[in-house]
Design a binder for this molecule. Sequence first.
Ligand SMILES: Cc1cc2nc3c(=O)[nH]c(=O)nc-3n(C[C@H](O)[C@H](O)[C@H](O)COP(=O)(O)OP(=O)(O)OC[C@H]3O[C@@H](n4cnc5c(N)ncnc54)[C@H](O)[C@@H]3O)c2cc1C
Length: 456
Amino acid sequence: MVPQSLLTPAQRTAYATAVFIALFFVLALASTIPFIWESKSLWYKFGLDKTLLQAGKVVGICAAILCFFQILLALRLKSLDRIFGLDRVYILHKYNGTLVLSLVALHFMLVVLPEGLDNLPISWKFWPEMLGAALFVTLGLVVAGTFLRRNFLPYHLWRMLHRPIGYVIAAGISLHIFNVSDSFTQGVPHYGLWVLIITLFFTAMVTKVLTRRRHKVLKVENISLLNDGIISLEITAPSWFHHAPGQFAVVTLHGSKRAKNDTNSAIIKAEPHPFTIASAPGTGTHQHDTLQFCIKQCGDWTRQLSPDISAGATVQGPYGLFSYLANRRAANLVFIAGGIGITPMLSMLRQLSTSSPDPPPVVLLWSLLCKKDMFLEEELQRLQQAMPSLRIHLFFTREQDGTKIDESTLTQTLEGLVHNSHVYLCGPERMTATLQKLLKNLGYPRSSIFLERFSL
Ligand SMILES: Cc1cc2nc3c(=O)[nH]c(=O)nc-3n(C[C@H](O)[C@H](O)[C@H](O)COP(=O)(O)OP(=O)(O)OC[C@H]3O[C@@H](n4cnc5c(N)ncnc54)[C@H](O)[C@@H]3O)c2cc1C
């Protein structure tokens, strides 16, 4: 049965089509503005100049609408998550930002060309045009920052800047449009733009209020070390929280860490971080699930975590579609994990081992660097006993006699499984990209391979 937090694949396709048709419809309607509500700047242009200016205006209007759409994509809307999965929504946000920048560059060229470079609108009188140019530069910096941030900016600083700048750009674009073209000073374009702005503002406000209401600080039941560098965090779930195995949540800790001398305590930064829920649904007491997160200490925030933390937590979610329950039933399941990428597989295996009387055959391939990185030995033995149809293959790539998951190991371990198997893949980016290619070479169709990325 598909859990309450998930839509069926058919429903997702239908809703996704509806979203893109609605977006296309808004873009198409808005593109008629320079033709139906012609601005005065077009009255004095003829031939190619007029066509270029008109095209420039259409492109500019489309860029503005896609820029407003950017805000919807960034709001972590549950409705969009259920249709596309939040990770894909963020990828769409990233590439839509690049599209907006390209359209703005094209808009700039098309509106400047008919005027000629000698007549650039540079003076206070032309502040709306100059605001447009400033927005173009800011947008360029934001897009470049998004693609290059890993090289020069810690994630939390980048995020702190990215959000407010995004809102400033959207506000600046509205100001630019209302003042740069007399098509927008009255009538349908004027009110249409207001409707768009107000709808966006209310959606953002309602989302904020709803997430605030759900921001009750929850009890952290336990924080322990699973091995050197992996922390287990257990949180009592709120009563409204129902997840499917494999989904993730955005967790914020509110508390502090006792210092060694027990006098000073260090505050844990209350930053929201996404982590897969490693526990299966229904773990905990009758009324409240216990959500377990297995966290690799890999950066400045995760390295603060330790068993001596005393904290409460807020949890947003569940998000994502990386779950065997989100897709049609397959005869075989193949789970391939690299390092901490095991967490969604763990949740799915835990669910399969307890809730299905007749679970499908599952092959788990888990690649780790060294034997000392292993942190689920007993759990894997328990799962193996509970599910005789489970085959587990471990790979230790940095051990002397170690092997890695490559074409020959995939061929051996997945022999006879190409047809009617679903492959779930989660691990470091390079590993998942390579394995995706290998799996395709082995005959697995793209539609049977599902990926989870641990970077949004
Ligand atoms: C869907 C999803 C599920 C995940 N599940 C797990 C899991 O089960 N176990 C686990 O150990 N890790 C998981 N991660 C990765 C985890 O979110 C990051 O390792 C963690 O946030 C790093 O924080 P840091 O400040 O310690 O590291 P940093 O060195 O600051 O960040 C390392 C990278 O992690 C990402 N990141 C950092 N902070 C955030 C943030 N607030 N929001 C989004 N991304 C961020 C960025 O891509 C950054 O480049 C998951 C990530 C995603 C997107």
